[in-house]
Design a protein around this ligand. Structure first.
Ligand SMILES: [Zn+2]
Length: 212
């Protein structure tokens, strides 16, 4: 069957998305995240009450792995996106895929600081508490279209820029997760402790809000 305009458009969009993720990697390799002094080496600091500089250095020198499940699809991935001081391109792309817009089936180049935040939380929970549960992601990247059709979503949501993730753990109170993420002071944290029961976290301005 000959290419229909719709098919061509879909193909173009896919190429664009792959190019976008490639461009994200290039920006990361070129130090694109260095605008934020906290993200110069690691993306964020560990809470100073818990770790001295040497501990923090060792913590961030580990391979950075995230352990994620998508609530909408049930897919589960444990992926290493950073190793030996550099992005692991295949792993990074896989994380971007897991955090895609599942409604619109589109991925984007996710902000590395956001992935560092998820890694920081998960790795710390494991190191200190032996807690190794996947983070249940209810929303990652959202296309403009999906965002416009999402209940309660802000018009200029950072989800559209690949800078935000919503989620919860099955066996940790969402409030604890939100307070933990807020302790990094690396972006916004929204507490949705009503029936929705999730935490929004982003790497925009430091700010906190609650629906409770
Ligand atoms: Zn959100």
């Amino acid at each position: 069957m000959a290419d229909t305009p719709g098919h061509a458009l879909l193909l173009k969009r896919r190429q664009f998305l792959v190019a976008g993720i490639g461009a994200g990697l290039t920006a990361l390799a070129a130090g694109g995240t260095q605008a934020n002094p906290l993200s110069k080496r690691t993306g964020l600091a560990l809470p100073t009450h818990y770790a001295d500089a040497a501990q923090a250095e060792a913590f961030w020198a580990q391979p950075r792995v995230v352990n994620l499940t998508r609530a909408a699809t049930g897919e589960h991935r444990r992926v290493c996106f950073w190793r030996d001081g550099a992005v692991v391109p295949g792993g990074y792309r896989e994380v971007c895929h897991v955090l895609r817009d599942v409604r619109g089936q589109q991925a984007t180049a996710m902000d590395l600081r956001l992935l560092n935040m998820l890694f920081g939380m998960q790795s710390w929970l494991y190191a200190v508490h032996g807690f190794d549960e996947p983070y249940l992601v209810t929303s990652g990247y959202r296309s403009e279209h999906t965002n416009a059709n999402t209940e309660g979503a802000a018009k200029n949501s950072l989800h559209v820029k690949g800078m935000a993730v919503d989620g919860r753990y099955a066996n940790l109170p969402a409030e604890f997760v939100g307070k933990f993420l807020a302790s990094y002071r690396a972006g916004g944290v929204g507490f949705y402790l009503d029936r929705r029961n999730f935490i929004h976290t982003d790497v925009g301005k430091v700010r906190f809000w609650s629906t409770k």
